[in-house]
Design a binder for this molecule. Structure first.
Ligand code: ZN
Length: 139
């Protein structure tokens, strides 16, 4: 019997064409395996020190069961992603950011895009030392 993947453990899973468009238009990578090998390949050379944004995902039968959006601006993106080793998340997407403010902006955008469909419980904190407010709040 085929398992219905539209819900799993009461949770609605989705990765729609709209999501693919969103991720692509914002410059996210395809999803990669959250392993040391894939981190080393994605963040070779100078990229090992860059900051940016990420989405970590748990997949089930080709669909996204859980995801979490985030950013790294105080530590390299590569190091931040490595903290998810051994967690439920086994895949990741990433993009580099030119500044901490750009990373914050993208994180807010991602939070709202996946609102209700991510494991993020709270809106991203404002950037340390700033009073930036989110420009992407909807409604
Ligand atoms: Zn926001």
């Amino acid at each position: 019997m085929q398992t219905d993947v539209s819900t799993f453990a009461g949770r609605k899973m989705d990765m729609s064409f709209r999501d693919y468009d969103y991720l692509q238009s914002h410059g996210y990578s395809d999803d990669l395996q959250l392993t040391q090998l894939d981190l080393d390949l994605a963040f070779a050379g100078a990229n090992a020190k860059k900051i940016g944004n990420y989405i970590v995902e748990e997949h089930f039968q080709g669909n996204v069961l859980h995801r979490k959006v985030g950013q790294a601006d105080k530590q390299p993106l590569k190091d931040r992603l490595a903290t998810y080793f051994g967690s439920r998340y086994t895949r990741f997407r990433y993009k580099f950011a030119g500044s901490a403010q750009a990373a914050y902006d993208q994180e807010c955008r991602d939070y709202h895009h996946f609102d209700g469909r991510s494991d993020n419980e709270n809106h991203p904190d404002t950037l340390d030392g700033t009073k930036l407010t989110c420009p992407h709040r909807i409604g």
